[in-house]
Design a protein around this ligand. Structure first.
Ligand code: LR7
Ligand code: MN
Length: 534
């Protein structure tokens, strides 16, 4: 009896020691390495130095399992994969990069359901999700995509997502040369394909797909992706908890040369330069230090654009995309700005991984030319959303000035009269300001309409500014610049006080131009009454 008890104690002790070692070994594995530099901000999104994004650490080789043979049959239904893939094959001597800007020969060789490495941090595997996550509609737009990459995208979704979370896969064929791709792929269970009657570009195509979606959650994918283990649940979970979030995975890299699946760094977020080019940037160091849980979301200013999950109601509430943007580019900033300005947020989830084939050039044509299209799209984003910051866009991209960008809706802003003793502050050109008889609606001229958006007092793109920081200095209008301290005001009782100098806007003498003078309470020449005009 005693021997049995002694043996039991011995076994338990050994198990405990082994367990402790295992635990320590797990935790001492490098969690993530800091990659040396953020990607270069090349003049093209295409050139954004993918190498910097690649994780340096080697990960344990855990492969995601391909479905068993009997499952595969169910995955594709009546669809004849062999016939689909073999109908068009590369001829000997043909350049495998020509048509798709990636090595088509390698892609075709791979097969449609290769296993890929699980590139997540090991702690992601123990995350749990609500059992009642809502299903999603997957939206994939494509224009002349290679059959092997497109099919791998679809199959990876079917293979690596809980089936009940995939309501449908909506393909939008953006007028590819061969209409058969769309027709044949519709034979796959859950797949629907909508074909555009003319080339629309990815922005209008996605809007079409989103409008056709029947699930309450939208998931967008490019047409050359491979989703990784448990990619979907973390993103849907975050959107379920707060419908104003737009969630992106970490976008792993599928080599355009040999189609190797490579882990991207988990220390990056989306960014842009003033010419509105997307780039990856390092997470600020304070945030990086504060990250003690590698499964936590990474807040990001903008998303890369192609791969994200969003609530359908929220997408509609934001006004979807700007459908006057053509072909490719700019919609990622525009959507991100919408999310921010309407009080939502953007996140990258390190526990969700999707591979994407990054290319160095566009394999398709731009009917209006690549450069002009990019300018049109980004100029629209700048004009609609960037207020006076758009001046930095034009400074960084002088060639955008004067280029066509179509019509944009007038922004709805609240205008005020600035009244003093029955007279109104009025501008005459930029240099001269004065008091004049107040006009009444609907005959109020633009010269009497002011927008009071602290700290600026604006008239269109011009702002009220002092000319010097001393009492008695003239006040005039000049192009708004949010960093210009001469343009910053705040209300002080009925007076308007210049923030840095502490001086007040003064109409004395009423005939002459307004000045700034020492603030004196109850002085009528310093008293301005804003009156909203509609
Ligand atoms: O006219 C077109 N019609 C289309 O349907 C042109 C393209 N497309 C399709 C195309 O087949 C593909 O599925 O639209 C998708 C995106 O086009 P890509 O793959 O040529 O774009 P990209 O991967 O180079 O570009 C990134 O930026 C774009 C800006 O408009 C889009 O937001 C892409 O979705 C986006 N891709 C990603 O975010 C994946 C990660 C890349 C990064 C960074
Ligand atoms: Mn792409």
């Amino acid at each position: 009896m005693r021997r049995i008890r002694a043996n039991a104690i011995l076994i338990l002790t050994v198990a405990w020691i082994l367990g402790t070692f295992y635990y320590l070994w797990q935790d001492s594995k490098p969690s993530s390495s800091s990659s040396s530099s953020s990607s270069s901000s090349g003049s093209q999104l295409k050139n954004h130095g993918q190498k910097a994004r690649l994780e340096e650490r080697t990960l344990p080789l855990i492969v995601t399992h391909a479905p068993k043979l009997e499952q595969q049959g169910q995955l594709l239904g009546q669809f004849d994969e062999k016939a689909f893939l073999s109908s068009k094959q590369l001829k000997t001597g043909e350049d495998p990069y020509r048509e798709h800007a990636f090595n088509l020969q390698e892609s075709d060789r791979l097969g449609s359901e290769r296993a890929i490495r699980d590139t997540r941090h090991y702690r992601c595997a123990s995350m749990t999700f609500d059992p009642d996550l809502p299903p999603t509609s997957i939206i994939i737009t494509f224009h002349n995509e290679a059959r092997s990459t497109l099919l791998r995208t679809i199959k990876s979704v079917l293979m690596r997502s809980p089936p009940h979370l995939i309501q449908e896969i909506i393909l939008v064929d953006d007028f590819s040369s061969n209409p058969e791709d769309c027709r044949l792929l519709s034979q796959i269970p859950k797949v629907r394909c909508l074909r555009n009657e003319r080339r629309e570009g990815l922005i209008r195509s996605r809007v079409r797909g989103a409008s056709a979606a029947s699930a309450s959650i939208l998931t967008f994918l490019d047409s050359h992706c491979e989703v990784n283990t448990d990619w979907l649940q973390p993103m849907i979970q975050r959107v379920k908890e707060d419908h104003t979030r737009a969630i992106s995975p970490i976008i792993d890299v599928i080599s355009l040369d040999n189609f190797a699946y490579l882990a991207a760094s988990a220390d990056l977020r989306g960014g842009f330069d003033w010419s509105l080019h997307f780039k990856w940037e390092q997470i600020p160091i304070e945030q990086k230090m504060a990250r003690n849980d590698p499964t936590q979301p990474i807040r990001t200013p903008v998303i890369a654009g192609g791969i994200f999950v969003m609530d359908k109601g929220w997408f509609n509430h934001l006004g979807q995309y700007d459908t006057h943007m053509d072909i490719w580019g700019g919609e990622n900033f525009e959507l991100s700005f919408r999310v921010w300005m309407c009080g939502g947020s953007l996140e990258i989830l390190p526990c969700s991984r999707v591979g994407h084939v990054f290319r160095k050039r566009h394999p398709y044509d731009f009917p209006e030319g690549n450069a002009l299209t990019y300018i049109k799209n980004t100029r629209r984003a700048a004009e609609v959303w960037m207020d006076e910051y758009k001046q930095y866009y034009y400074a960084a991209r002088p060639s955008a000035q004067g280029k066509a960008f179509g019509r944009i809706p007038e922004q709805e802003v609240a205008y005020s009269l600035l009244k003093q003793d029955g007279l109104c502050l009025e501008s005459h050109g930029t240099d001269s300001l004065g008091l004049a008889e107040c006009k009444t609606a609907p005959n109020i001229p633009g010269s009497q309409k002011w927008t009071l958006i602290e700290p600026q007092i604006r008239q269109h793109d011009l702002c009220l500014a002092i000319t010097a920081f001393t009492a008695g200095s003239k006040v005039r209008l000049e192009p708004c610049n949010i960093k210009e301290s001469r343009q910053k005001w705040k209300p002080r009782g009925p007076a308007l006080q210049h923030m840095i100098s502490g001086l007040c806007l003064d109409s004395q003498p009423p005939s002459g131009p307004p000045l700034v003078t020492q603030c004196r309470p109850q002085v009528s020449s310093q008293s301005w009454e804003p009156q909203l005009v509609t």
